[in-house]
Design a protein around this ligand. Sequence first.
Ligand code: 5GP
Length: 205
Amino acid sequence: MNKKGLLIVISGFSGAGKGTVVKQLIKKYNYSLSVSATTREPREGEVDGREYYFKTKEEFQNLIDYNGFIEWAQYVENYYGTPRAFVEEEMEKGHHVILEIEVQGALNIKNQYKDALLIFITPPSAKELRNRLVGRGTEDAQTVEKRMKQAQKETKDMVNYDYIVVNDDLEECVQTVHGIIQCETCKLSNNKEFIEEITNQLNEQ
Ligand code: 5GP
């Protein structure tokens, strides 16, 4: 039996460390990572097709028009979208696909894919979030304030997630997220076909 893979959405405040958590999950376990398209400029060290597919606004609009995304959203002044083909093909092959996307996109996914698993990564406290943003040293004071304000807005969307995982210790957080995904694969609603199959086998013997 080729069981369909899970669709896993991972979100979190900017500075929560979700990018690192996702990188570790991909490195350690056999998850497929969806690479998004974006209209934002590449940051130093980012490679087209690895971190993102970097697109012009026009190319991005074309992809929207041709139903090329399973979801897309505007975040700050840029657009971000999840390419449809990769996600659907991987799930069909039975691979679990991770999307690292923001809250509007996550909600959009939940509305379309009832079985999607939504996980929100958070630091232990607001104070710790600020420490991490300041500690990164990549943002000026004004940007830190903007990200803190954005995090404040995103708190109202946390209730839409299935699981909230505190990223205090990275290794522990990665293990917890992996554990949640493993549990999800055993959920009754994700095993209907298996039940049917084993029932038929037992009836036919
Ligand atoms: P950044 O510009 O810092 O790489 O990403 C900004 C935000 O966009 C992050 O919260 C990231 O998770 C989110 N994001 C990245 N790709 C997608 C996507 O395909 N769809 C949506 N909705 N959000 C995305």
